[in-house]
Design a protein around this ligand. Structure first.
Ligand code: UFG
Length: 350
């Protein structure tokens, strides 16, 4: 197949962590990913599959040009700000980029007749809600976001659902649990600036590239007292996007689906798995709880199976950390990015 005959999918935020893995999955399955990214927090080096368009999602005209230039038929929308802590101090920025950005994208899609959307939502829409500490989360669980970040994701979902009803758009919102791991090639992986996520920080600590890890609290109402999360391999997550793109939907249909494994792992279990993969223990100590951390966030993944025909197949903790380690050990990427050695060749901002 040459470029002209492949169905083109606009991937906003495709230079970011989950976006880059999804662009690779799309490429491998015969699509043309058209990566549209402002590089405010993504990496140009992560765009290795398909074509790259430099632009901001709030730029209606540039979005329209990208859609026309590549005859785009569907959109996977990742672009947005994700740092929960920053959203607390800059809520206006999050509403502008995440909500106004999604409004701009939706109106451009309508103008251009693009009728299919997969939206990057988050388990952050649930917060702790009214459920018990060890209950898995169904899509109809109470929505009680604990941060402006979660508020903006929920607001986008509402807006998308309303536009499905009003204009015949078909959309799937994927509520991610904890994306983790890296492509087994070691070419793309997790690199946030600054990094706040557990697995990269634990790995950097074990490899001697970072500070000892602080475990944020061990007095939660969970089996070992540390928080439970549902870690999902980023390539499983990428496949869920392709499944969401392919599933048959009628005009106006909107689906919100959890993307997780159904199994929680505690912070200590993750620390131990990282230690096993690296071959030496993760230096760590227990500190205070981090504001806004619910004790447990674990998906009930049954709707993903019934609606998308998708289940996680490579999300054991050991598989996740083994793949993450391959990326971390690639001096040109993982640890190299984090230590600042690559600042001259990578565009890091945000
Ligand atoms: N943690 C530590 N020490 C650290 C970093 C994290 O103990 O240095 C703990 C956290 O307290 C939490 C767990 O490790 O219990 C996972 O934390 P992450 O920061 O890796 O991920 P979060 O669960 O906080 O957040 C992720 C996504 C968010 C999304 C959220 C939805 O990164 O974008 O899941 O639940 F909103």
């Amino acid at each position: 197949m040459d470029r002209g005959t492949k169905p083109a999918v606009l991937v906003t935020g495709g230079a970011g962590y989950i976006g880059a893995h999804t662009a690779k999955a799309l490429h491998e399955l015969g699509y043309l990913p058209v990566v549209y990214d402002s590089l405010s927090s993504g990496f140009r080096e992560a765009v290795r599959w398909g074509v790259f368009v430099h632009g901001d999602i709030r730029d209606h005209e540039a979005l329209g040009e990208a859609i026309d230039a590549h005859n785009v038929k569907a959109v996977i929308h990742f672009a947005g700000l994700i740092e929960v802590g920053r959203s607390v101090v800059k809520p206006d920025l999050f509403w502008d980029v995440n909500v106004a950005g999604t409004t701009s994208l939706l109106s451009t899609m309508r103008d251009k007749g693009v009728e299919r959307l997969v939206f990057s939502s988050s388990a952050a829409v649930y917060g702790q809600g009214g459920r018990g500490p060890l209950e898995t989360i169904r899509e109809d669980a109470e929505k009680a976001p604990a941060s402006p970040y979660g508020d903006t994701k929920l607001a986008c979902e509402w807006m998308i659902e309303a536009q499905c009803r009003a204009y015949g758009l078909s959309a799937v919102a994927l509520r991610y649990f904890n994306a983790a791991g890296a492509d087994p090639s070691g070419l793309i992986g997790e690199a946030h600036e600054p990094e706040t996520h557990l697995i990269p920080l634990a790995m950097a600590a074990a490899l001697g590239d970072g500070k000892p890890l602080t475990v944020f609290g061990d007095d939660f109402d969970t089996p070992d007292g540390t928080c439970l999360r549902d870690y999902i391999h980023v390539n499983d997550l990428a496949e869920a996007h392709v499944a969401a793109l392919k599933v048959e939907l009628s005009a106006g249909q909107y689906e919100a689906v959890n993307v997780g494994t159904g199994k929680g792992a505690s912070v200590i279990e993750v620390v131990e798995a990282v230690g096993r993969a690296v071959g030496r223990p993760v230096p760590h100590s227990v500190g205070a709880r981090r504001a806004g951390d619910p004790p447990s966030l674990v998906a009930d993944p049954s709707r993903a199976r019934s609606v998308l025909g998708w289940t996680a197949t490579r999300s054991s903790l050991d598989q996740i950390v083994t793949d993450a380690l391959r990326w971390e050990r690639n001096p040109r990427y993982g640890a190299g990015v984090r230590s600042g050695r690559l600042q001259s060749t990578l565009t890091v901002g945000g």
